[in-house]
Design a protein around this ligand. Structure first.
Ligand code: C2E
Ligand code: CA
Ligand code: CA
Ligand code: CA
Length: 278
């Protein structure tokens, strides 16, 4: 037993001890992964719902773990954030994805790139300068870069977010609100931020066929988007029924397993080569 200094005697807890040990191992692994660059960027097509062709991609980070294999962000983003390393990783993803997108734009002019920004990146005073440098170094056209941020990241401090987003907009990039509809955004928030695109959260898309009430949520979200002159992109489209419903609601762009899963750059190059137009 151990006195924690507050007069409370706590017994040794093997489970907590094991968890702490695991966390130290994870932390060590993650720092090493950054140093050795074990990360990759995968790309998921964003398609035109009418022509079904790829208009751009969303960059999604992966960790090629030497023992555990390919890990999705859910397995390491929180830890990366808590270690204060998300800014580094996020900037690396942006640079890597811009280098790649410029290649695709040679054969497909106008090809767009969406990159996610974390809340900590958004809070960093250097963000605009860092992105300006990446654009200059890679030759990525600013107007083809879409920066995605979640509603919760954008709306915790509305005044500050508006300032940061205005600063980003001076670069010529576009801004997307991610997971749209899941946060607490009221209409006044939408009007206050210089947003160009809303990504309609997959929960609404996937609930569409289940009931008319849920269907009308997706419809209402699309209506809001249109009212504020924002381009909607539906997320998580998994079958043709959902795609058809979205088309009926005049949603023009979508992303989801129905069209393609996130894939390594080389695979996406192959997919683009097989498409005649974009
Ligand atoms: P997100 O930005 O909402 O990205 C979409 C997620 O939905 C991706 O998960 C994607 O693989 C998944 N998805 C795509 N189509 C479908 C579908 O039809 N059905 C279902 N059920 N899921 C689909 P992923 O790659 O695991 O990424 C999870 C989250 O991690 C992302 O959610 C994003 O918030 C975060 N993330 C990924 N890469 C980055 C990054 O480079 N920086 C930051 N800050 N966050 C990232
Ligand atoms: Ca996203
Ligand atoms: Ca999303
Ligand atoms: Ca999400």
């Amino acid at each position: 037993a151990k006195d924690d200094g507050k007069g409370v005697v706590r017994r040794f807890d093997p489970l907590r001890f094991a968890e702490a040990a695991q966390r130290r191992r994870d932390e060590h692994d993650l720092r090493r992964a950054l140093a050795e660059c074990q990360f990759e960027v995968h790309y998921q097509p964003i398609v035109d719902l009418n022509g079904q062709h790829t208009v751009g991609v969303e960059a999604l980070v992966r960790w090629r773990h030497p023992v555990r294999g390919l890990l999705a962000p859910g397995d390491f983003i929180d830890l990366t954030e808590s270690l204060g390393l998300m800014d580094n990783l996020g900037l690396w993803v942006l640079r890597e994805a811009c280098v790649q997108a410029v290649q695709w734009q040679r054969a497909h002019p106008g090809f767009k790139l969406n990159v996610n920004l974390s809340a900590t990146q958004l809070a960093s005073p250097e963000l605009t300068d860092e992105i300006r440098t990446v654009l200059a170094d890679t030759g990525m056209p600013a107007d083809l870069l879409v920066l995605e941020l979640t509603e919760s990241a954008a709306l915790t401090d509305l005044t500050e977010s508006a300032r940061v987003l205005d600063s980003l907009k001076t670069l010529g990039v576009r801004i997307a609100l991610d997971d749209f509809g899941t946060g607490f955004s009221s209409l006044s928030h939408l009007g206050a931020l210089p947003v160009d695109v809303v990504k309609i959260d997959k929960s609404f898309v996937q609930a569409m066929q289940e009931s008319t009430a849920n269907g009308s949520v997706a419809e209402a979200v699309l209506h809001i988007a249109r009212t504020f002159n924002l381009s909607p992109v539906a997320e998580g489209v998994e079958d043709e029924v959902q795609a058809a419903m979205l088309r009926d609601l005049a949603c023009t762009q979508a992303q989801g397993y129905h069209f393609a899963k996130p894939m390594p750059a080389a695979e996406l190059t192959g997919l683009l080569d097989r498409q005649t137009t974009i």
